[in-house]
Design a protein around this ligand. Structure first.
Ligand SMILES: [Zn+2]
Length: 294
């Protein structure tokens, strides 16, 4: 599933050909509700940005397109007349300007909204602080994570709740908890504010590194994976074999190092793992998909 850093890169890619340009033609196809894209033909693009896992394209008549990719959606940019690398039937949105064609494939959510309503539009307005925002509000993220509805969730599940903090999916869940040395099965109520700050701080640094921004880990390239998809393999730091068991709403495998991310006294014990050898990519990535906008 594309996470905050992937959306940030998509925004850069789509901004380049579209910003300041007039939309000459626009088409949208199902499945799912089709936005009235004829309303943006003849309009100039005033802004392209990502927020959490959403991409927003704004136009000078006050409208904005919101795209959410969930598992399989993607954005491509072509020159007019060039062949596409994905089938046309998978195109959900096509925007044409004088020298480029921007195509969204397979996004479950493409909608046209008024910019002035963004502050009330629930998929956007209820997002927690965005980790890739230069003005990321760490205290607000901690405050939101402390909401009573999250108290009994394991941190491995809660850290992906976009209403608490925006931008973390399954990849960065694994990595921020590894770098913070926090066991993914600890409940939110068992963590101190300092531990939550540490987790979000690592997540912010990893996401920023992933898009080439200056970061607290001092990384100058895309971070190496220490836990994601590494169940059953030796820890890159201590050589202990990583454990992995299904966790949370998505029931995807969560991997962690039992030595670097130890169970602490009083913690709920992680479920017993039956893993004695590395898991396949399919086993680790997904067994069930989450649905509904978030
Ligand atoms: Zn380790």
């Amino acid at each position: 599933m594309p996470e905050g850093d992937a959306l940030y890169r998509f925004a850069e890619k789509v901004r380049r050909p579209l910003l300041g340009k007039v939309i000459l033609a626009a088409r949208s196809h199902g499945p799912g509700p089709v936005p009235a894209v004829e309303k943006i033909v003849g309009q100039a693009v005033t802004e392209v940005r990502s927020t959490g896992k959403n991409l927003l394209i704004s136009f000078d008549n006050g409208l904005a397109l919101r795209g959410h990719l969930r598992m399989y959606g993607t954005w491509h940019v072509y020159r007019p007349g060039d062949p596409w690398t994905k089938p046309e039937r998978e195109a959900r949105l096509v925007l044409e300007v004088d020298d480029a064609v921007v195509v969204n494939f397979s996004a479950p959510v493409i909608e046209l909204i008024e910019q002035r309503s963004l502050g009330y539009h629930v998929p956007i307005s209820n997002l927690g602080p965005d980790l890739l925002d230069d003005a990321f509000d760490l205290d607000e993220a901690v405050r939101r994570m402390r909401h009573p509805s999250r108290e009994l969730l394991t941190i491995g599940d809660a850290v992906m709740d976009q209403r608490a903090v925006a931008g973390i999916g399954n990849i960065w869940k694994h990595e921020c908890l590894f770098h913070a040395r926090i066991n993914p099965w600890r409940r939110v109520s068992e963590l101190t504010d300092d531990e939550l700050r540490l987790i979000f701080g690592k997540a912010q640094a990893l996401l920023r590194a992933s898009v080439g921004k200056e970061n607290a880990l001092g990384l100058t390239r895309r971070p190496t994976m220490y836990a994601y998809m590494r169940g059953g393999q030796p820890c890159r730091r201590c050589r202990t074999r990583l454990r992995a068991v299904p966790q949370g709403v998505d029931i995807r495998h969560t991997a962690w190092c039992p030595k670097c991310q130890p169970v602490v006294e009083g913690q709920l014990e992680p479920p017993r793992s039956r893993i004695s050898r590395p898991l396949s990519v399919e086993q680790q990535e997904t067994t069930q998909r989450r649905s509904g906008p978030h």
